[in-house]
Ligand binder design. Structure first.
Ligand SMILES: C[S@@+](CC[C@H](N)C(=O)[O-])C[C@H]1O[C@@H](n2cnc3c(N)ncnc32)[C@H](O)[C@@H]1O
Length: 210
């Protein structure tokens, strides 16, 4: 049975094969040094409202909640939400984590409700970058800090370059300059760069909503 977010989902998220592939990748998706680094940079504090877009199995969500922040983990995949919902129960303070159905293009949060917004390895899934960034700006508070990061498999230095170098042919192209300029078109200061984070080449976009 499908859900209302199906039209945003890529083929590789559908069917039994996809679920087996996600399960085989649990070690990578459960805890990731990249997610830890994202949370270290953003430094969500106790009581802050945080949004993890495309939270998956929640490596960054649990990291942010461990600091006492309230985290809404949004994902269109019922499977991912079920895994994270299960994982949530074993956290020190499960009440800090809410798992919600949604997509970057349609975030199930109200205007100005969120202090910290991030997405780790999820932007390449977004089918409508304009709509997604408009939504991020809408839900961000007046002190909102935003960080979007995707591993850069197109970089030959990435350890999985050979396996995933054609990633962006089947997914949304993550173009840091274009994403930066979309933020700027909403009057939001942003940077877009290709750097190394947690030892991996990444595409990194940071923005501050004032
Ligand atoms: C590669 S996983 C990354 C998950 C997690 N952030 C991590 O770092 O392990 C990408 C996630 O994005 C989700 N996703 C797919 N399309 C999306 C969209 N349009 N908006 C938000 N999330 C989406 C997928 O369901 C999946 O859970």
């Amino acid at each position: 049975m499908g859900n209302e977010f199906d039209r945003y989902r890529h083929q590789h998220d559908k069917g039994v094969g996809a679920k087996i592939s996600w399960l085989l990748n649990i070690p990578k998706f459960w805890n990731s040094p990249l997610s830890k680094e994202v949370i270290r940079i953003l430094g969500p504090e106790k009581g802050e409202n945080v949004l993890d877009i495309g939270a998956g199995m929640g490596p960054a969500t649990v990291e942010a909640a461990s600091r006492g922040a309230h985290v809404v983990a949004v994902d269109p995949s019922r499977f991912m939400r079920a895994v994270l919902g299960f994982r949530r129960q074993f956290q020190k303070n499960p009440g800090l984590i809410t798992v919600e159905a949604g997509v970057a293009e349609r975030i199930p949060l109200s205007k100005g409700s969120t202090d910290v917004v991030f997405a780790v390895n999820a932007v390449h899934h977004w089918v409508d970058l304009e709509a997604s960034i408009e939504e991020i700006v809408r839900v961000s508070s007046s002190q909102g800090r935003v960080l979007l990061v995707d591993e850069d498999f197109t970089n030959p230095d990435h350890p999985q370059h050979e396996k995933h170098h054609d990633h962006e042919e089947e997914m949304t192209k993550v173009d840091v300059d274009m994403i930066k300029s979309i933020f700027e078109s909403y009057g939001v200061e942003a940077t877009g760069e290709k750097v190394s984070l947690a030892g991996l080449p990444v595409k990194l976009i940071k923005a501050n909503v004032h």
